[in-house]
Design a protein around this ligand. Structure first.
Ligand code: AHM
Ligand code: MG
Length: 354
């Protein structure tokens, strides 16, 4: 019989907990973390719980997508001018409902909504802003390919009574938490609060997220690159030179590298985070600022990758330091294993030392 957990592929800490037969649910984990902050009111813990509840509901809808009539376009055009798939709209509604009900969130910014959405909260709670892409990679829904939810959490700045869009336009360094859910062969929720990255796998039999990937560290060097090379001719010369370089034969640097591109940012990012790799969505002639959105795609993933030991830039600047100007602002993205991101930067800026 094959060993379901071959020693070489199970990280140490995770192996230890598997061996001990210990199971920690997301809920227990959140409570444990909360004890580390004696003055904590529990508000943040409740916010993460609300998001995880929404994730379970979205997961249910995603898993039933082929069975019920929630497939296909909703007929609405979202703020990016793209046709909203029905599930995009549903996922947004589930997240909004969970955050509204939970009462810890004062403002939502969503890929599926042109304007920020202020929420009513009670006076003691409701200090958090949640920016999200409720269902990323939506062009993959109809073809049974992994999709995901991305979220980014900020605190309403001190002294700010009203939650306006300005309050949400904080640089990524100010995030208090960020995470994603990937609806893949299993469903996983991965998040950080700035103290490492932890991954939880949904056990559908009990409906709980179980800590399966404690303290995720991404390899410093990987050999997977993820980029839509169909746009090759519209890339700048430095990036084209890098893409030639990754295909060269060189055993010393493990080249040629392996191309993997799903077209779902969450899924491409998740695989590269665990295995080592780089995801690139650069500026190109069609999208001069790239395609991905700074506030609810690039920033949360940049926070996670840095917490896991990786790197995220727009080719020049650290993603997390960028000053946002608009909720739906786009940015080029180079994100993943530190050495791989540094390498591509050296091709983009050949004058700086490699
Ligand atoms: P979406 O938020 O509308 O789904 O768009 C973002 C997606 C990413 O998930 C994915 O990496 C990228 O767009 C794929 O774009 P392309 O098809 O241009 O390669
Ligand atoms: Mg998206």
């Amino acid at each position: 019989m094959t060993d379901p957990h071959p020693r070489s592929t199970v990280p140490n800490a995770r192996r230890a907990s598997l061996d001990a037969g210990a199971v920690m649910t997301l809920e227990q984990f959140i409570i444990d973390q909360q004890h580390r902050f004696p003055h904590s009111t529990g508000s943040f813990s409740r916010l993460i719980r609300d998001i995880s509840v929404a994730a379970k509901i979205i997961n249910r809808d995603v898993r039933r997508a082929g069975l019920v009539d929630i497939f296909g376009d909703s007929g609405q055009i979202n703020v990016q001018g793209e046709v909203q798939k029905k599930l995009d709209a549903l996922a947004h509604a589930e997240m909004e409902r969970a955050l509204r009900r939970g009462g810890e969130c004062v403002l939502i910014g969503s890929e599926e909504h042109a304007e920020a959405i202020p929420l009513q909260t009670s006076s003691e709670s409701g200090r958090y802003i949640v920016l999200m892409d409720p269902l990323d990679g939506s062009s993959n829904i109809e073809v049974n390919v992994s999709i995901g939810t991305i979220f980014s959490v900020y605190r309403l700045p001190e002294g700010q009574a009203e939650a306006t869009l300005d309050a949400a336009l904080q640089p990524g360094t100010q995030q208090v938490a960020a995470g994603y859910v990937v609806y893949g062969s299993s469903t996983m929720l991965v998040y950080t609060t700035g103290d490492g990255v932890n991954g939880f796998t949904l056990d559908p039999s009990i409906g709980e997220f179980i800590l399966s990937h404690p303290n995720i560290r991404t390899p410093r060097q990987g050999r997977i690159y993820s980029v839509n090379v169909g746009n090759y001719r519209s890339f700048d010369a430095g990036l084209r030179a890098y893409l030639e370089w990754v295909q060269e034969e060189d055993p010393a640097t493990n080249r040629p590298f392996t191309l993997r591109y799903i077209g779902s940012f969450v899924s491409d990012f998740h695989r590269n985070l665990l295995k080592g790799g780089i995801y690139i969505y650069p500026a190109n002639t069609r999208d001069p600022e790239g395609k991905l959105r700074l506030m609810y795609e690039a920033n949360p993933m940049a926070f996670i990758v840095e917490q896991a030991g990786g790197r995220a830039t727009d080719g020049t600047r650290r993603i997390l330091s960028k000053r946002p100007e608009a909720l739906h602002q786009r940015t080029p993205v180079f994100i993943g294993s530190e050495e791989m991101v540094r390498r591509v930067e050296s091709f983009l800026h050949p004058s700086s030392a490699r």
